[in-house]
Design a protein around this ligand. Structure first.
Ligand SMILES: *Cc1c(COP(=O)(O)O)cnc(C)c1O
Length: 480
């Protein structure tokens, strides 16, 4: 197999510069300045080892290694190694709250607050009035209570943590009554029955998948019952011959028997979204008013803030939850609190919410406005992909995402890429999908109905300019 004879190999090896010589060379000085000696030395050794290994294996493509070629290889390796793994992308999937792409985008107020919290000490757990130790929930619980009408509140890492903590604190070794129609699995391994057992609680299923009546709950209550629980179906809908016992029925039953009702609201919006033409969801305040003793919801779904889990409700129950050892393990960091507070404050000015809360602005963006964006981006994408593809601006439907309102779609607009000439072309579409995904700032769309679809709802002005520039840049690279 060897195309390189023994003597040729020895000659090639003899000409390889020594590590010392490479590191001292003028060519490598700038790299050492950028990355430091330690990393450059490691990369040089790795490149030399790789070259020797392929030379010894008789790789026909091996040729003499000089400092210039070594420099090029080492520079690429170092750039790759030091590039951030967490990268900005263009979310053109049409799903606004995309869990895999980081859910809610935060408004500038939150960005500024996080910057401060990152670089300056803060009164995270320090009571400025007394000079004594404070509680991090104090920074934010009054604001949450004001916006939800609850007596008390606490914040943890995410809503899964909020549910786990609530069940652990209030229902360990006891029973929790849940309808069979609400035993949901959210993506990423959050399943109500599993969380229940992890919390040490016993799930007492009642009713059937499609129909659960108040009397099902009533008959399940016994000496072991700790809680009645309702779970927002989030990512599915049961339609047809259905019956669900509402919170307004379940809460009085629970209270009559001296029990509490917990509601996992999932997305948990703080305002009625139907005022802006969005589908209607029960708000946290309505849920509290309807008699829930505890409500848990996410910070980064419809609320539009950072990843967090909020628990609101009765003062005595929240106090119990805060005393549980898991609270310490699931607590939020200062960056989360820094970001959450200004987002919640935006809700105090509902008149401006639409404009200032990024999530809401994206969800309510009109299809006409998105169409104009599609028409502006279309020529750049068509030119970048060339004549083998047809790029058309077309109506599409966006989704809210993150299990919020799964059956409702939002009229939107975007670009559809098809193989030119009306041919079906799964393979070619996959190639375009990959090309876009591998750009400097990856472009993420979705393939459906023989087209690659790029929904432009989430492409606001600055990003639009950047996308057009990137597509234009790509074309230059192809032509060169
Ligand atoms: C999304 C969701 C969760 C999980 O919330 P995270 O914030 O992702 O942990 C739990 N329950 C319901 C009903 C949900 O919709």
């Amino acid at each position: 197999m060897s195309d390189v004879s023994g003597s040729e190999l020895r000659a090639l090896m003899a000409r390889v510069p020594s590590v010392e010589k490479v590191m001292a060379s003028a060519e490598f000085a700038a790299l050492i300045g950028d990355y430091g000696r330690t990393q450059v030395l490691g990369a040089v050794r790795a490149a030399l080892d790789a070259w020797r290994a392929s030379a010894q294996a008789g790789d026909a493509s091996v040729s003499a290694l000089d400092i210039a070629r070594l420099h090029a290889a080492v520079e690429v390796a170092l750039r790759k190694r030091n590039a951030s793994r967490l990268r900005s992308v263009f979310n053109l999937t049409g799903t606004v709250l995309h869990t895999n792409l980081g859910r809610a985008l935060l408004p500038d107020e939150a960005v500024q607050a996080v910057m401060k919290a990152l670089t300056q000490p803060a009164n995270l757990e320090f009571d400025l009035a007394t000079g004594k130790r404070g509680d991090r929930d104090d920074l934010i619980d009054e604001l949450i209570c004001e916006l939800t009408g609850a007596e008390a509140a606490t914040v943890v890492n995410n809503n899964a943590a909020a549910v786990l903590l609530t069940l652990s604190a209030l229902a360990s070794k006891k029973e929790v009554v849940v309808s069979r129609g609400e035993l949901v699995e959210i993506g990423g391994a959050f399943r109500i029955p599993d969380i229940m057992s992890r919390a040490g609680a016993r799930l007492r299923e009642v009713g059937t998948t499609n129909r659960t009546h108040l009397k099902d709950y009533a008959e399940a209550i016994g000496p072991q019952t700790a809680l009645l629980m309702k779970v927002h179906a989030s990512n599915y809908a049961i339609t047809g011959f259905t019956k669900e016992a509402g919170l307004d029925e379940i809460a009085p039953l629970a209270h009559e028997r001296g029990l509490a009702v917990a509601v996992d609201l999932g997305s948990g919006t703080l305002v009625d979204l139907s005022q802006w033409g969005l589908p209607r969801e029960p708000t946290v305040r309505e849920t509290v008013e309807a008699g829930a003793d505890l409500v848990t919801f996410s910070g980064d779904k419809l609320l539009g803030g950072p990843q967090a889990g909020l628990i609101v409700g009765r003062r005595d129950l929240i106090a119990k939850i805060k005393k549980h050892p898991l609270k310490r393990a699931l607590r939020v960091g200062k960056l989360t609190l820094a970001a959450l507070e200004p987002v919640l404050q935006l809700y105090r000015t509902p008149e401006k919410l639409l404009d200032r809360l990024t999530t809401l602005r994206l969800l309510t963006r009109g299809a006409d406005d998105i169409r104009l964006a599609a028409e502006r981006v279309q020529p750049a994408l068509q030119r970048a992909l060339g004549e083998r593809y047809a790029v058309l601006a077309e109506p599409m439907f966006s989704q809210i995402g993150s299990g919020a309102l799964p059956v409702d779609v939002l009229p939107s607009y975007g670009l559809a890429v098809r193989v030119a000439g009306g041919k079906r072309g799964g393979r070619h579409l996959l190639a375009v999908e990959k090309l876009l995904r591998e750009m400097a700032r990856p472009v993420i769309g979705r393939i459906a109905d023989d087209a690659l679809r790029l929904d432009l709802r989430c492409l606001e002005a600055a990003d639009e300019a950047q996308l057009i520039a990137q597509l234009t840049e790509h074309l230059k690279g192809v032509k060169a």
